[in-house]
Design a protein around this ligand. Structure first.
Ligand SMILES: O=P(O)(O)OC[C@H]1O[C@H](OP(=O)(O)OP(=O)(O)O)[C@H](O)[C@@H]1O
Length: 277
């Protein structure tokens, strides 16, 4: 095991390979593997990706391991970078998810494990991809809420996954919703809840990523307009780029994992991937 982020050990620390990593003054990541480990054994690298340099560190680590004679290298990156940029919406944009997938595929890894990928595009592009669903995460969230909730699917992307979550949970009720996004400006509008009256039912919105949170604030207003009870939010990958001031006004509690970073906020419960995979 080679955990590149010292604060993130999702698969444990058994047989951890010691190393030192740092940035050169020019901004390039560097690593020195300081262990005399058995290079005939497979190695699994784990990493949280918050920047292109975090991917760069993976690339140079794979190179260092191969030069030490390691033949089988596995990678665990729960949050796949640019997974949302999985289609070219207006001319002039990149297909970023393919750029990242091509870089990773070039390393010829034995497996690449991702957690709750945004769409089917990531596993389709990534060689030897293993996906971990959000099922256990949502089960854990519901046990922490402690009461019956309706599962809310915010948009078309989430809809493809929510019924599998419901099935895993033994048939929890699903409420479908939709939103519109202007592909030129990224602006959100037109939140719809496909239920006439939620009759005070507590609701858990389930989605893969929270970035600025606009999706969930817009949806929370639409749910309240349909008489929703308490609102909860479960997000596999918490970016939370606009903080929690606005989100906190709508949600009793927000649940996320540590797939991207640590979150320290009274309104957020963070469930460690180490505890659910
Ligand atoms: O916190 P926010 O800034 O609102 O972003 C979060 C939303 O963005 C992503 O979906 P996206 O809008 O890209 O939709 P898609 O399912 O059409 O890809 C993600 O699945 C969330 O639903």
């Amino acid at each position: 095991m080679l955990n590149l982020d010292p604060g993130f050990t999702p698969l444990g620390e058994k047989n951890s390979i010691t190393h030192k990593s740092f940035l050169f003054a020019g901004g390039e990541p560097h690593i020195k593997i300081t262990d005399g480990f058995n290079s005939a054994e497979p190695v699994t690298i784990t990493q949280r990706i918050n920047s292109f340099n975090d991917l760069g560190l993976i690339c140079i680590t794979v190179d260092a391991l191969k030069r030490m004679g390691v033949k089988e290298i596995n990678l665990f990156i729960p949050y796949f970078p640019a997974a949302r940029q999985d289609r070219v919406m207006v001319p002039g944009e990149p297909l970023s998810v393919k750029v990242y997938a091509d870089i990773i595929n070039a390393m010829a890894l034995a497996s690449v494990t991702v957690f709750d990928p945004h769409s089917e595009v990531t596993p389709a592009l990534l060689n030897n991809c293993v996906t971990v669903s959000n099922h256990q995460f949502i089960k854990e969230v519901i046990s922490k809420i402690g009461t019956e909730v309706k599962l809310i699917s915010p948009d078309g992307g989430a809809l493809k996954k929510i019924y599998k979550v419901s099935e895993f949970l033994g048939g929890a009720e699903v409420v479908e919703c939709s939103k519109s996004r202007d592909v030129k400006t990224g602006k959100l509008s037109g939140f719809k809840v496909y239920s006439d009256d939620l009759a005070g039912a507590d609701c858990l919105i389930v989605d893969d990523i929270c970035d600025g949170g606009g999706t969930f604030i817009g949806l929370a207003e639409a749910l309240k307009a349909k008489n929703a009870g308490k609102l909860y939010l479960a997000i596999s990958h918490g970016i939370f780029s606009k903080g929690f001031d606005e989100l906190g006004k709508y949600f009793e509690q927000i649940f996320t994992t540590d797939s991207i970073k640590e979150v320290d906020h009274v309104g957020v419960t963070q469930i460690k991937l180490a505890d659910i995979i």
